[in-house]
Design a protein around this ligand. Structure first.
Ligand SMILES: *[C@@H]1O[C@H](CO)[C@@H](O)[C@H](O)[C@H]1NC(C)=O
Ligand SMILES: *[C@@H]1O[C@H](CO)[C@@H](O)[C@H](O)[C@H]1NC(C)=O
Ligand SMILES: *[C@@H]1O[C@H](CO)[C@@H](O)[C@H](O)[C@H]1NC(C)=O
Ligand SMILES: *[C@@H]1O[C@H](CO)[C@@H](O)[C@H](O)[C@H]1NC(C)=O
Ligand SMILES: *[C@@H]1O[C@H](CO)[C@@H](O)[C@H](O)[C@H]1NC(C)=O
Ligand SMILES: *[C@@H]1O[C@H](CO)[C@@H](O)[C@H](O)[C@H]1NC(C)=O
Ligand SMILES: *[C@@H]1O[C@H](CO)[C@@H](O)[C@H](O)[C@H]1NC(C)=O
Ligand SMILES: *[C@@H]1O[C@H](CO)[C@@H](O)[C@H](O)[C@H]1NC(C)=O
Ligand SMILES: *[C@@H]1O[C@H](CO)[C@@H](O)[C@H](O)[C@H]1NC(C)=O
Length: 707
């Protein structure tokens, strides 16, 4: 219990730890004695009630062993396991977790409930601070989402000092999103604050639970995961925005939104605007039933609908005649945790993907109208990509919330049309806003084949396309507009490739990641079906452990991965391009930003990070991500499920993500880009006027970096 306790002590969010006496499942009893029946069918409940349900189920040792076996064996395919034991500088103090040893610890440890086990397991994986390597379990993660109506922002005052504030737009956001719960919070406010929630917006926060607000911010950095850099994990505490596929979305931040029922209340000491005396009050957290959770009425139906393995949890043999096991027909139940809009089932799993996983599904809270860009969207705008021209007439904007879309061709075309239109309107410089862009598709070697096969049902937007069309054809964009990569070459990975080389009929369409025909060598020459691309295996000692990787892989996007011919001239001078985000730009977004910055000299801005903390413009680079279900499909299709290193089928509604390919660096070409430095050029101070106001931010960035 030692490690878990340390985190509980450290984590502000765990003010309320797991409690309650576990019961045996399936025990007959009166309905009223079932703590899950109390919350079943309810929209809003108290977090303590959710915990009472969660902690009422004991660990089933068979299930626990199964989960650990699946994760342990899936991590053999994760490129970064040995690197993450101790990451190189500048991330040595951020990433230090020996997952094989930790899994052994968890295996031996006793837990009072399955929920306690899940919290420890989930946080252990999160300690990689690698958003590709998360463990998600829909039984608990965001089954109910825990909220307070006061998201926070780190504001810089006119004299330059930084303070935590209740976001100026807090009341507007909450009253629109939680109309059926505002009374509870209004009535919880004491004395003359009663019913005055609106007047809290913008207040300076002096104390959180009686302590400096940054105690809570920093405690959260230990459990939030996803990004290597400390500053980026601090930023997770605060509110932010993102361009969604249908609207401008508002991200509440980890203070106001929790994916587990961690906190029951928070005690805030604040200074309201225009007041001189601090005021202290307690606000309750309230848990709302998750938008993607399956409804239930009691323990048995909670378990059946949300906790046990679902169709799609496990991989399939793609050559099976059983129609029910056709991957194309079944959605990945864990796709909800990917930080990109969901894709049609026929396509998910098809394209090389590099995307972040988070225990909170993507936000569908809407940015208040007053803060949404009021500029006219320029032609070419669609879905997650929107184009605007600032009032100065020379600064073009591309707001890009993701690298994914339901229409592959249209999104590629939209990017080109939008940039061309900006130019024709007079733009000579470009701001790309990738706030909270959790990635998406890289590009696929076989896109053209697949697109003609499935027509326009496709979905990937190549980060490499965007780099290529902005900078034009040059040595850094043709044929490789991204970064070279390597995959891990453990014994089972090698056996999978051996089988595919021996018998190409196992995967004639090239659906499998291990199919040689999907990749090219370091000189960008395609492998043929009989090339064993993992050979000769490159052995390497990583943190004093022997490890094995594929030879270096080149690009797989050009020329046939792009649905349109790219222009022959650059669209913008890359030195007149600025990439803006809150640092939370991952995966494909990182690959794009790094290419633009390190090859082309573009500038970067992080919004409102703490002044004395180094700000990274992106994180969780990866190269290509997949998950247990994807690996299981590779294994089953090559008939290797009997291999001693093959993970068993997972018994629960969970998923384990991994980085399947890892990109090589730009500065140090022989080491992964993942743990190389990505310092932002500017940490933009956020004033009350700029907070979550994209247009005001873009104008400020243009004035500071593009004149
Ligand atoms: C534990 O889980 C296994 C697999 O789902 C199941 O067969 C077994 O009945 C469970 N044991 C108990 C005590 O519930
Ligand atoms: C993980 O797998 C290794 C063998 O590859 C084994 O030695 C170790 O005990 C396993 N750990 C767990 C927690 O099952
Ligand atoms: C800066 O301004 C804040 C309020 O805006 C004030 O609390 C603080 O004392 C000021 N600091 C200095 C050094 O003037
Ligand atoms: C909140 O909403 C009110 C009323 O619509 C509006 O006047 C105000 O500007 C909004 N404030 C923010 C910060 O969005
Ligand atoms: C946007 O994503 C949602 C799921 O988050 C999906 O239901 C919807 O169809 C998508 N809309 C568009 C226009 O792609
Ligand atoms: C605070 O005072 C300023 C100047 O008197 C005024 O403009 C502003 O509206 C006040 N803010 C609030 C929240 O009352
Ligand atoms: C944008 O497209 C619409 C219809 O496609 C067209 O009518 C309009 O003229 C275009 N506007 C610009 C500025 O190109
Ligand atoms: C995809 O749709 C576009 C129009 O949106 C069309 O021009 C193109 O031919 C379609 N591609 C395929 C492969 O059907
Ligand atoms: C496949 O590529 C290998 C080199 O990797 C070459 O030796 C072999 O002849 C090629 N086979 C075919 C059928 O083209």
């Amino acid at each position: 219990m030692a490690l878990l306790s340390r985190f509980i002590v450290a984590a502000f969010a765990l003010a309320a730890t797991v409690q309650g006496a576990p019961q045996d499942l399936g025990q007959p009893g009166q309905p009223s004695s079932d703590p899950c029946a109390r919350i079943g069918g309810q929209k809003w409940v108290a977090p303590s009630e959710v915990r009472a349900c969660f902690t009422s189920v004991r660990v089933n040792e068979t299930v626990k062993a199964n989960i650990l076996d699946v994760i342990n064996k899936t991590l053999n395919f994760h490129t970064s396991t040995n690197y993450q034991i101790r990451a190189p500088q500048p991330f040595t103090s951020d990433v230090r977790v020996n997952l094989p040893t930790e899994l052994e610890r968890i295996k031996r440890q006793f837990y009072r409930s399955e929920y306690d086990f899940h919290v420890d397991l989930s946080r252990t994986l999160k300690r990689t601070n690698d958003g590709h390597a998360a463990w998600t379990f829909a039984c608990y993660d965001s089954l109910f989402v825990n909220y307070v109506p006061t998201p926070l922002t780190l504001l810089t005052s006119p004299n330059g000092t930084q303070n935590v504030h209740i976001s100026p737009e807090a009341f507007n956001v909450s009253s629109a999103e939680f109309p059926d719960q505002m009374d509870v919070w209004q009535n919880a406010l004491p004395g003359r604050l009663n019913g005055q929630l609106e007047t809290l917006s913008g207040s300076r926060v002096l104390l959180i639970n009686g302590r400096d607000p940054f105690d809570a911010v920093n405690a959260n950095t230990l459990i939030t995961g996803s990004y290597q850099a400390f500053g980026t994990r601090q930023n997770a505490f605060f509110s932010s925005y993102q361009r969604g596929n249908e609207s401008w979305n508002y991200i509440m931040g980890n203070f106001a939104q929790q994916s587990l029922p961690l906190s029951d209340t928070v005690r805030l000491t604040i200074l309201r605007s225009n007041r001189t005396r601090p005021e202290t009050f307690v606000l309750p957290y309230r848990s709302r039933f998750g938008s993607q959770s399956k409804s239930f009425t009691d323990t048995a139906s909670w378990r059946a609908n949300n906790c046990v393995a679902q169709p799609g949890t496990n991989g399939v043999d793609r050559n099976s005649n059983d129609p029910a096991s056709r991957l194309a027909a079944v959605e990945d139940p864990m796709a909800r945790y990917q930080q990109q809009p969901p894709l049609p089932p026929a396509l998910a799993g098809k394209y090389p993907l590099d995307v972040l996983i988070d225990s909170s599904p993507l936000s569908n809270v809407v940015l208040p109208e007053e803060l949404q860009p009021s500029l006219t969207a320029v032609n070419g705008s669609r879905s997650v990509s929107q184009f605007y021209l600032l009032k100065d007439g020379v600064t073009g904007i591309l707001a890009l919330g993701s690298f994914s879309d339901t229409d592959y061709n249209e999104l590629h075309r939209g990017l080109l049309v939008g940039l061309l239109n900006l130019k024709s309107l007079g733009a000579t410089r470009l701001i790309v806003d990738v706030s909270n862009n959790g990635g998406g598709y890289v590009c696929a070697a076989h896109v053209s084949l697949f697109v003609s096969f499935l027509s326009n049902l496709s979905n990937a937007i190549g980060l490499e396309w965007l780099h290529r069309i902005i900078v034009g054809p040059k040595s850094t964009s043709e044929p490789q507009a991204g970064l070279d990569t390597k995959a891990r070459a453990g014994p089972l990975a090698r056996s999978i490739v051996d089988e595919l080389v021996k018998n190409p009929k196992l995967d004639p369409e090239g659906f499998l990641n291990y199919n040689p025909t999907n990749w090219r060598d370091a000189n960008n020459v395609p492998f043929n079906a009989s090339t064993n691309w993992l050979q000769p295996v490159v052995t390497k000692t990583v943190n004093r452990r022997p490890d094995a990787f594929s030879p270096r892989l080149g690009q797989e996007c050009q020329p046939d991965g792009f649905p349109y011919a790219p222009p022959t001239e650059p669209l913008f001078d890359p030195k007149q391009v600025v990439i803006v985000s809150n640092g939370r730009c991952a995966s494909s977004c990182s690959l794009f930003s790094i290419s633009m910055v390190k090859y082309e000299g573009s500038k970067t801005v992080v919004l409102g990070g703490k002044q004395d903390v180094a700000q990274q413009y992106c994180g969780t680079v990866g190269g290509q991500s997949t998950n247990f279900r994807g690996i299981d499909t590779e294994i089953k299709t090559t008939k290797l499920k009997g291999h001693p290193l093959a993970p068993p089928d997972l018994l629960v509604n969970g998923g384990q993500g991994i980085a399947w390919r890892l990109a090589f660096g730009v500065t140090d070409r022989e080491e992964p880009e993942e743990w190389q430095d990505h310092p932002a050029d500017l940490n933009l101070p956020i004033t009350a006027k700029l907070a979550n106001n994209p247009v005001a931010i873009w104008e400020e960035v243009a004035a500071k970096l593009l004149s």
